[in-house]
Design a protein around this ligand. Structure first.
Ligand SMILES: [Zn+2]
Length: 402
């Protein structure tokens, strides 16, 4: 693999930028000498925007919000991308969470990764029951038991059990489709539409539990990590996030398998996280929303995509204003992933994106934009749309009175 310095030198693009910014002397045509552009390591390139544009600070959401996508607890054990324990790690205390929530006008947080069995009960007791209507915890499939012959029934019963414990929905991580294999961590990948999960999807429909589903990942993760990859730097920092090569299905194949599940289970509500897992292609997401009345989306960790196409994004929000949920992917103390770290600044960025027409601002609270070196534009949603996106659409899924 070539290093950044080598490929940037090959491209010669950033060196040109350096000339313009004045950090390298421009060639002087009068002295007759040809000056070579100097290479610049991309990791050192932090251009300061010279634009004088309006900067709003939006400290509180204009209306009370439900953050539909957070991770307050996670599995205590996982192997090759598959969670293998009911035990939970608790990432944040209720005091620290509530302090930020109160400051930012967050009425409730949905803790998606609540697990199952006693880990789920502990999470529900610590958050949901201790602070009613401030926290809602979801259950997850128990992949530990995947190889048992009657897994389909076991998992359907586990959903009913989780419902009795107080779970408010089911979360599917991208484990399904990208990590879970026939022998759990080895063998062929299990497809999203594997019929062994059908009783689980049906159980959610019967119990009126929404399914928050994440399949696939940013499209760039399915292409080579090379100089043409818009997320080169992010993938270079996290090589294990790449799903290019190996036996990984394409992004399109994952979305098609997912769509077959939606078609087979029309009575089950699916909230497709990360803008339907295709924020790069809102035409595709729109097409699927039109096809599947049981589909909604959240916007977590994708304002970097939405905010790069603000006019298309605003039309998308206006058209699907009843089916878009506010969510951030917030993870307490998740400092290594600034695009989803649970703190005041993260929420302020989301609010600025949704509520203002500010231009060219950072999509994550970080010096270096973590997903790619671009900035975003606000979409200035009208109040009736904001109310729905911040609160009402999630409230409907959670059966919270509006
Ligand atoms: Zn998430």
């Amino acid at each position: 693999m070539i290093n950044r310095r080598q490929w940037l030198y090959g491209m010669g693009i950033l060196a040109g930028g350096a000339v313009r910014s004045g950090s390298v002397l421009p060639p002087n045509p009068e002295d007759g000498q040809k000056q070579q552009p100097r290479p610049l390591d991309l990791s050192q390139f932090v251009p300061t925007s010279m634009l004088e544009v309006h900067e709003s600070r939006v400290e509180r959401a204009r209306f009370p919000a439900i953050d539909f996508h957070t991770h307050i607890t996670t599995s205590a054990k996982s192997e090759s991308g598959v969670a293998l324990s009911a035990n939970r790690k608790f990432l944040g205390s209720t005091e620290e969470l509530l302090a930020v929530m109160d400051r930012k006008n967050i009425r409730s947080m949905v803790n998606l990764t609540g697990g199952y069995d006693q880990g789920l009960s502990e999470a529900i007791a610590k958050y949901d029951r201790a602070f009613p209507r401030r926290f809602y915890t979801f259950t997850e499939p128990c992949y530990e038991r995947w190889k048992e012959p009657n897994y389909p029934q076991i998992q359907a019963q586990a959903i009913a059990q989780a419902y009795r414990q107080g779970a408010q929905g089911l979360k599917i991580l991208k484990t399904l489709g990208l990590y879970l294999r026939n022998n759990i961590t080895s063998g062929e990948l299990v497809t999203i539409d594997d019929p062994r999960f059908d009783p689980m999807w049906d159980a959610c429909g019967q119990l009126n539990l929404p399914v928050a589903i994440h399949v696939s990942d940013p499209l760039a993760f399915f292409t080579p990590t090379d100089r043409f990859n818009e997320r080169y730097e992010e993938l270079n920092n996290h090589p294990d996030w790449s799903f290019y090569g190996g036996d990984f299905p394409s992004n399109a194949a994952l979305l098609e398998a997912r769509n077959r599940v939606f078609a087979r289970h029309p009575k089950t509500q699916f909230v497709v996280l990360h803008v339907g897992n295709f924020a790069e292609n809102l035409a595709n997401v729109s097409e699927n929303l039109d096809r599947f009345p049981n589909m909604s989306v959240d916007i977590a960790a994708r304002i970097g995509e939405l905010g790069r196409q603000p006019r298309t994004a605003r039309r998308f929000f206006e058209k699907y204003q009843d089916r878009i949920l506010f969510g951030t992917d917030a993870t307490p103390h998740g400092d290594q992933f600034p695009q989803q770290v649970f703190n005041d600044q993260l929420y302020e960025i989301y609010y600025r994106f949704l509520e203002t027409d500010d231009e060219y601002f950072d999509y994550a609270p970080a010096k270096i934009p973590p997903q790619g070196r671009w900035r975003i534009y606000g979409i200035n949603l009208p109040e009736p749309v904001l109310r729905k996106v911040y609160f009402e659409n999630a409230a409907r899924q959670l059966k919270v009175p509006v």
